[in-house]
Structures are given as C-alpha cells and as structure tokens.
Design a protein around this ligand. Structure first.
Ligand SMILES: [Zn+2]
Length: 504
C-alpha cells in the first residue's frame, strides 16, 4: 500500500487500502488460513472456486495467493514479501504470470481457446501461471466445455482461480474439479473496525455512529462500504457529523422510526398523517422508509426477546433508547407490527398509490389493540367461565341475560343458567363439557350487535372476528396491490364496544 500512497493521483479507499497480505483480509480467516497452509505444505490445488457476494475479498485473496506462490522471498506463514520483482509485477498489474480475465466480457468459446493456447507457456518470473477468471458464471456453456478440457489435465505450472457471485450457475462438471471456498458476508463490526483503521490513519474525524450507518448501507460488502465512506468524505471533508452525513447519503432519519413506534403506542393517528407528509417533503422513498421501519421493529423485537442489545447492529448510544421502547410493548405486539410492516414493504414495490399504502399500514398498527389488554380481557373471561361452571355465578341480571341471548340464540344453553337454583352444587361434568364448546364455537360470521354490559362470549367472538379480519388483511397485502382497508367497520364497532364496556 505504501507504494500506492506515494503516487500523487487520487485512489479510492477500496483500492488504496486493498489488503496485501493474507492476514489483512478481513473476516475470511477460514479461507486465508487454509490457503496459507496449502502454500506452506505445497499442496496447491490446480483450480479454486471463490464464491460469495460482491466486495468481500474474492479477487483480493486470489491476488494475494498469486503473489504468495510466486514470491521470490516468501515470508513467514506463506505471506508474500510484496517487494520482490514477481510481487511488484503482480501488484502493478504487469505480470505475465498472473492474468485476470473478466468472465462477463470474455465469455465466448474463442476467448477460452485463446486462454488455453497461452496457458501452455511456462511462467516467466515465478513458479506458477495463474488465471483469475472473475464472474466465471457468465461464461457460455461452450466456453465452459472448452475450459473443462484444460481443467481435466492441467499442466503442473497452471493454476485457476474462479470467482463468482452466483456459484449455482457454474456447471457441475467445473465445480467438481475445483476446491471451493465460500466467502462470508462481512459482519458490520468487521467493516466498522476496518473503516476506523482507515479513518484514523487518514486523520478523519468520524463517530462510530456514522461508521455503523455506512457499514449497514454497504450491506455486508467491504468495497461498497468503502465507496460510501469515500462519498461521505467527499461531501463532509475530514470532520464528519451525523446530520451532514445523513444529508450526503440521503438517509432516512432514525428519528422517524422512533416517532412512528411512539405514534403507534399513543394511538396518535393525526401524527401519522403529519409524519407521512414530512417524509414525502424530505424526498425520501416510502419503500425505503418501510424497509427501515422493518429493520427498526426487528431490532426492537430482538431486544425484547433476548433482553439484550447484542443482536442489534447500531451504535452503543442507541442501545438505551431501544431498551426503553422495547419495554413499552409486548413481544406479540412487536411481532404483529413486524408482520404489518414487512407485508407493506413488499406491497409498496407495486402499490399504485404508495402514500396511501404507507399511511394505511401505520394506521393499522396504531389501531390494533395492545395484546396486553386483550390477554387481560381473556384472562378475565376465563375467570368468569370458571365461576359460571362452579356455580359461583348463577342468576344473571335481566340486561345481561338478554345480551347473552342475543349472541347465543340456541335456547338449550340458556336453560342450565336460568333453571339453576341459587344454591345449587357445581354443574355436572357433562353440562360443562357441552357448554364450553357452545360458547366458543359460535358462528364467527354472525354480526355482533352493540350492547350494553359485559358478555364473555361476545368478547370471544369479537376477538376471533378481529383476528380473522387481520388474517385476511395481511393475506390481501401479500397477494394483491390493493391495500387492505385501514379500519374496518368492525374495528370501529369494537372500539366503541370496548369503550362502552369500560364505562360500565
Ligand atoms: Zn515477493
């Protein structure tokens, strides 16, 4: 890297800080160690396949391997010296022994024939002649077949490294002749550590918060993260503050996500409309926002479930806020919100009116009743049922008995209640068994009428109907572009009913 630093021309970070030794390759120790051992022991395979997503070090590792096997003064642990003539030629891209081919643009059978012809000649400087074929899955079938011939009986000096992001497109006959290495998607913290090293050495003042955001936007790719880093430095200079960086990358402000969840908690429907307008005014993409919300809810769920912030990829100063918000909801609440949001994130791709879809989703979340309240209600129902079964509650007041008959029209289940004398023994077992399914198995499609007073069966029916409505809504969101109704009549009716019940 020093030699490149001395050049006056500007080099992008990804090139300037490209690792020159096996030990500098970040996050792929499982591969570099194996390769080092192979070089040390002289057990070098004649064909390697490096697969993995973009920007994780495939080509870089291939080049290090090329230098390592051809180095004239190899260092300890099979690391190349990067100073001898062979190393320098490879670093400067003028080596005749290491040939890099882009599979995407040299994918015809003629290209491979040319490669085969030149592969016959012995290496000039080092021991091996190495072909690095990038994006090898782009080769045509006939090109693959032409290559196969060489792979079957390779000369001792010949070595292939195939790199690909889509190994499933490589012919099985090729795959079976290669030693295969899968490069891992990079961890956020690995990328952050590397960016921190770079920024420290370049005297850039940047917070961890910013680096985490850059790494997340890089989506597990070191190269992408470094390009984003360059973009940020170009915009902000050597002093990077978060707001400026967010502007440069046009990031959706995290505050929006905290605000959405807060609106849901407070059932603040008005602010949902205001917030959507603000998001649109700032020029953010609604789908990107919804995806951001999915990630935010996922983080909150992870904090809730694991009771720790270990699985949340964010800076340490955000942890306290995540914990605080996670406290305010139940696990089920988060799961339901997450379902709403992820369905919407998919549907927004195709939605003819993204704004309405976006608002509807947030309104649905805010309108949904807390699972805590519902489970409390169900608990109370269970107590009531027990009391009824044990005969503790026998004579219902006039009003309630009418309301019971409104939802349970079948006369025979009314009888045991009414006919039972006040001091009767607990109901016989068969009556209990008959009674329970009668109450629970009420037809779901029967329209419950608004009524005063509490009714256990009514609440059960209402809850079931609400669940089925929700299921339908999420099904519709998954399968159609038409956004589901934000607030069904039933929801409104239910809210009124729960309200009436609390008043009573
Ligand atoms: Zn060397």
């Amino acid at each position: 890297m020093e030699n490149q630093e001395t050049k006056k021309e500007f080099l992008v970070t990804a090139r300037k800080w490209r690792p020159l030794n096996f030990c500098d390759v970040v996050g792929q120790e499982h591969i570099t160690t194996t390769l080092q051992n192979a070089v040390k022991s002289g057990h070098i395979h004649h064909a390697y396949l490096f697969s993995g997503c973009r920007g994780v070090g495939k080509t870089t590792t291939a080049r290090i391997l090329a230098r390592s096997i051809n180095c004239l003064n190899p260092k300890e642990n099979a690391e190349p010296c990067n100073e001898c003539e062979s190393c320098r030629a490879i670093i400067e891209g003028r080596s005749l022994d290491v040939i890099e081919i882009d599979g995407a643009s040299n994918n015809s059978v003629d290209d491979i024939r040319k490669l085969r012809d030149s592969a016959r000649y012995l290496p000039v400087n080092g021991k091996y002649k190495m072909y690095i074929i990038d994006e090898v899955h782009m080769l045509s079938t006939s090109a693959f077949n032409a290559l196969l011939k060489t792979l079957e009986e390779p000369p001792a000096h010949l070595l292939f490294v195939f790199a690909t992001t889509e190994p499933h497109k490589v012919l099985p006959t090729i795959l079976s002749r290669c030693q295969r290495f899968e490069f891992k998607r990079m961890e956020i913290e690995d990328i952050v550590r590397q960016l921190r090293t770079i920024s420290d050495k370049e005297g850039v003042n940047i917070s961890d918060d910013c680096l985490v955001t850059i790494a997340k936007k890089g989506d597990g790719s070191m190269r992408d993260s470094q390009s984003i880093y360059d973009q940020v430095i170009a915009f902000c200079g050597k002093d990077v503050d978060y707001t400026k960086m967010a502007d440069a990358l046009h990031l959706v402000d995290q505050e929006f996500f905290f605000r959405i969840v807060d609106d849901v908690r407070q059932k603040n429907l008005t602010d949902i409309f205001v917030l959507t307008k603000e998001i649109l005014n700032k020029g953010y993409d609604l789908q990107e926002c919804m995806e951001g919300l999915v990630e935010h809810l996922r983080n909150l769920t992870a904090v809730k479930v694991t009771n720790s912030t270990d699985l949340v990829e964010t800076s340490a100063d955000m942890f306290a806020r995540y914990r605080e918000v996670a406290e305010a909801f139940s696990q089920q609440d988060f799961l339901r919100m997450l379902t709403f949001a992820s369905n919407a994130a998919n549907a927004l791709r195709m939605a003819p009116q993204p704004r309405i879809k976006f608002e509807t989703t947030l309104l649905q979340m805010a309108a949904m009743d807390s699972t805590l309240e519902i489970s409390k209600l169900l608990g109370e129902i269970a107590v009531l049922k027990k009391q009824i079964a044990s005969g503790e509650i026998v004579a219902l007041p006039q009003d309630n008995s009418r309301s019971m008959s409104a939802i349970a029209p079948s006369a025979q289940i009314q009888k045991p209640f009414e006919a039972m004398p006040p001091a009767a023994n607990p109901a016989p077992a068969e009556v209990q068994e008959n009674r329970r399914p009668e109450i629970i198995a009420e037809p779901v499609n029967e329209q419950p009428k608004p009524m005063p007073g509490l009714s256990a069966a009514d609440l059960i029916i209402a809850e079931r109907q609400r669940e089925s409505e929700q299921k339908q809504a999420s099904h519709a969101a998954k399968n159609a572009d038409v956004p589901p109704e934000p607030l069904t009549e039933l929801e409104v009716e239910l809210k009124n009913k729960f309200h009436a019940e609390r008043v009573n």
